[in-house]
Design a protein around this ligand. Structure first.
Ligand SMILES: Cc1c2[nH]c(c1CCC(=O)O)Cc1[nH]c(c(CCC(=O)O)c1C)Cc1[nH]c(c(CCC(=O)O)c1C)Cc1[nH]c(c(C)c1CCC(=O)O)C2
Length: 343
């Protein structure tokens, strides 16, 4: 590799000599050192103890030459201070879903300082310990509402869509509170030193264009707009290419694309935006050779504009860390210079 790949350059829309690479869920269950720590401490304690959150954030950075670190936390982290009781099994499970107007009225909107002081501490520690830029993150309001209304994240979401249609005013009241909390939560991370932010709208894709335009877009817009002029903003919505016409209007620098369509097809629909993605995480469950071949496809499709290499969604639990190592090297070895596009 001639020059190091710069994550922040690509996030600001510059075309880099190599694609920088990080992986959603790069810290987590596929790493034995993560499983060992979780066995000892449990998930919430790891999230809430800055030294443990720092350790888990850095585990993948020590193993692989990744170009960015993502804070170890969860999109659910700002919800308990609002008065929501959440456990992980392994996905989030709420003691009581939020469905009525009085459920929504009871939710608190805590001050920034109250929201997650341990997150601000972890970010500050990471800024002195991490050799690579640090990405902060939050869940987008509609995705957080998905968990709050359903109580889990595991259905077809028809009940959420029915609830939105039946109770639009209650839904807007809930989304409004979640938007304010998310803005405070992300500003806290940026003020503590996060160098980029990713807004995870993981479940936006289950809505039709009109539903997204009504309940997703305006709130994601407000969150991203509140961070204007600070750090590059990455927006992720899985299974959502039917929404790209709307997503293109968001005040973000980067859109994270899932594995369903080649990046070159997405560029035309997301003009002026850097693209992040989009290897199928399922390919990392095959062989290093197939994963690397898939990465080359993605890298070729990503030419023609700024590209941050990532998966289309998170690393899956059964992934072999050696395959991840081969993948990261393959991305760094791929030149993005014009006329020299084959690995
Ligand atoms: C929907 C969502 C959640 N959490 C998150 C999202 C958005 C991203 C996406 O769409 O996948 C975001 C998240 N969750 C976690 C991170 C840490 C940083 C990273 O490495 O990417 C991030 C960025 C840790 C975690 N969050 C969770 C774990 C697993 C806990 C365990 O060890 O069992 C980790 C490492 C628990 C969790 N938390 C959530 C789910 C669905 C689960 C189930 C297990 C899983 O998908 O890994 C909610």
């Amino acid at each position: 590799m001639s020059e190091p790949a710069s994550f922040l350059d690509a996030a600001w829309g510059k075309s880099t000599p190599h694609a920088p690479v990080w992986l959603m869920r790069q810290a987590g269950r596929y790493l034995p050192e993560y499983r060992e720590l979780k066995e000892r401490h449990g998930f919430w304690r790891m999230v809430r103890t800055p030294e443990l959150a720092v350790e888990v954030t850095l585990q993948p950075i020590r193993r692989f030459p990744l170009d960015a670190a993502i804070l170890f936390s969860d999109i659910m982290t700002p919800l308990p201070p609002m008065g929501v009781d959440i456990d992980f099994a392994p996905g989030p499970v709420l003691a009581e879903p939020v469905r009525t107007r009085s459920d929504v009225d009871r939710l608190r909107v805590p001050d920034a300082g109250e929201l997650a002081p341990f997150v601000a501490d972890a970010v500050r520690l990471l800024r002195s310990e991490s050799p690579v830029p640090l990405i902060g993150f939050a869940g987008a309001p509609l995705t957080l509402a998905t968990y709050l209304v359903q109580g889990t994240g595991t259905t077809e979401h028809a009940d959420l869509r029915a609830w939105l249609a039946r109770e639009p005013e209650t839904a807007h009241a809930l989304l409004d509170k979640l938007t304010e909390v998310t803005i405070r939560y992300l500003r806290t991370q940026v003020e503590a030193g996060a160098q980029a932010v990713q807004l995870f709208d993981s479940w936006a894709g289950v809505h039709d264009v009109a539903g997204y335009a009504r309940f997703g877009l305006p709130y994601a817009h407000r969150v991203l707009d509140a961070l204007a002029g600070t750090v590059p903003r990455i927006y992720l919505a899985v299974g959502s290419s039917h929404l790209y016409g709307r997503i293109a209007t968001l005040p973000a620098e980067v859109v994270s694309v899932d594995w369903r369509r080649p990046l070159r097809d997405c560029r035309a629909e997301l003009p002026g935006l850097a693209l992040q993605g989009n290897l199928d995480p399922g390919l990392l469950l095959t062989t290093p050779e197939l994963a690397v071949a898939g990465a080359h496809e993605v890298l070729r499709a990503g030419l023609g504009g700024a590209h941050i290499f990532n998966l289309g969604h998170g690393v899956l639990p059964g992934t072999d860390p050696d395959t991840v190592a081969r993948l990261v090297d393959a991305v760094h070895e791929f030149p993005r210079t014009e006329g020299d596009q084959q690995p």
